[in-house]
Design a binder for this molecule. Structure first.
Ligand code: BES
Ligand code: MN
Ligand code: MN
Length: 466
């Protein structure tokens, strides 16, 4: 099957320009200033699915942004692949750190991407990776090589917690019935080191508010005599890690899965250069939980990080003031078996308990989700592995990621099917950061690899049932 290679070389300019058009629409789900753009993006995805060959496509309204659903059912006796992705993107700010405007995509060469990369918000997360599936479908339909049924579910609220998707999935189990879920919204180790993501961390996101006196005070007249909420909040946050960088919340580690020596040794085989890692980030040392390697710290271990902290006077010059309130946003990345609701409760109880007299503490849970691990002894994983082997010429390495796609655990619960995470981005692609980009090579490699997954998955399913 070199048909896909030929198809790509014939159509690659169009594949790139279509993605660029999609990236021009600023579909920022977190900011209501972009509401119309998010809705326009849903329509663009609808059109793309129709053009690629879906038989029916609909825009499914929710209480928030719509879900674009499309399908092509060729034979109900054949297996069904459900593709999930998201058309919303993260806010682009800080805009002044972008070397080209976030919604005016341009192709530039980088060290990691000598063939060029498309620079735009959403290029990698997730418009570019989602669109690989649309173009792979186009190839399979146009050349009559679609071996099984396919359903697409592309949502517009992934970056804000997928709350409405959860409701949609629970209410549409039959419509979404499938044999395997396929997602490209993660990464791989390097272009010459293909890997398949076998784990995602869970998440608990909370906001905390510390209130001292009932109004902002003169820091001379009152300083030293009342609790300063910013001082107190800093102290409380600092106490959440001990000297070994273990999290101090009682019960936090109770359900954490401990990997065996063998599993950790297997993980350590993945190529990794600490020097390159430090150089890429301009840091002279890594920092983290005692007793674990960098790769372990950001995949199989839970974390607690302040994502934002504010209060008092932050404008120009100086203002001598003791603020009435201080705030922080905190994320906890969780590993399999840690329940995000339980962890949120543990955090709340602990954080309230460590507040000294003289302040009031409020903990507001934001959103969260469970972690996920994909078993590798399944035909879904084998099909993906064979697909990579064909197009990369190497067996892919299974690797757990530190990121979260909370809806994946819910898919398994509601739809009883496993998810295969075929990510083609690199960690250095700057997702959520200024100058996000997606390698043109990676984009086309994804389009090339996906049809092999369909072929192998269908063949392995047939083998299993005969
Ligand atoms: N695609 C990412 C998650 C991701 C990226 C997983 C790279 C693994 C490797 C997704 O869009 C994302 O950003 N998820 C959020 C959580 C969500 C609830 C906002 C995250 O991980 O912070
Ligand atoms: Mn994503
Ligand atoms: Mn994201």
């Amino acid at each position: 099957m070199n048909a896909i290679k030929n198809y790509i070389s014939e159509h690659k300019d169009r594949f790139i320009s279509e993605l660029i058009e999609l990236l021009k629409i600023p579909s920022v789900s977190a900011d209501t200033a972009f509401t119309q753009d998010v809705l326009d993006t849903a329509e663009a995805v609808e059109k793309a699915l129709i053009t690629a060959g879906c038989d029916s496509v609909e825009i499914c309204e929710t209480a928030g942004y719509p879900i674009v659903y499309g399908e092509k059912i060729i034979d109900v006796h054949l297996p069904t692949v459900l593709v999930y992705g998201h058309y919303d993107v993260q806010p682009a700010d800080p805009i002044n750190l972008w070397t080209s405007p976030p919604f005016e995509p341009v192709i530039k060469k980088t060290d990691k991407h000598p063939d060029g990369a498309i620079f735009a918000r959403g290029a990698c997360d997730d418009k570019g990776q989602m669109y690989m599936h649309v173009k792979a479908l186009e190839f399979m339909v146009k050349t009559k090589q679609l071996p099984c049924n396919v359903k697409f579910m592309i949502e517009g609220e992934e970056e804000v917690g997928s709350n409405n998707l959860a409701i949609f999935v629970a209410n549409n189990k039959e419509k979404l019935a499938n044999d395997i879920i396929l997602i490209s919204d993660t990464g791989m180790i390097a272009n010459d080191v293909p890997s398949i993501t076998t784990g995602l961390r869970g998440l608990s996101y909370v906001e905390v508010e510390v209130t001292g006196p009932n109004r902002d005070l003169h820091s001379g007249l009152y300083g030293g005599a009342v609790a300063n909420p910013i001082n107190i909040l800093s102290k409380m946050i600092a106490s959440l890690h001990d000297e070994n960088n273990h999290i101090t919340i009682p019960g936090f580690y109770d359900k954490v899965e401990n990997l065996s020596k063998e599993e950790r040794a297997e993980m350590a085989k993945a190529p990794f250069s600490l020097d390159n890692y430090k150089n890429a980030l301009d840091i002279d040392a890594v920092y983290g939980e005692e007793g674990y390697t960098t790769n372990e710290r950001n995949s199989i271990r839970p974390t607690l990080d302040v994502n934002g902290i504010w209060g008092g006077y932050t404008g120009e010059g100086a203002k001598t003031v003791i603020a009435s309130k201080a705030f922080a946003k905190i994320s906890m990345r969780l590993v399999p078996n840690q329940d995000w609701k339980e962890i949120t409760e543990l955090f709340k109880t602990h954080f309230e308990s460590i507040a000294p007299k003289g302040v009031k503490v409020l903990v507001k849970p934001h959103h969260g989700g469970q972690g996920y691990v994909t078993p590798i002894d399944t035909i879904g994983y084998q099909a993906a592995s064979k697909a990579y082997e064909t197009t990369f010429g190497k067996k892919p390495i299974p690797q757990r990621s530190g990121g979260s796609i909370p809806i994946v655990a819910l898919f398994e619960k509601e739809l009883q099917s496993k998810t295969i995470l075929m990510g083609f981005g690199l960690d250095s692609d700057a997702i959520h950061s200024p100058n996000e980009h997606f390698g043109v090579w990676n984009y086309l490699k994804g389009i090339e690899t996906i049809p092999y997954f369909y072929a192998h998955f269908t063949a392995l399913t047939k083998q299993q049932t005969t």
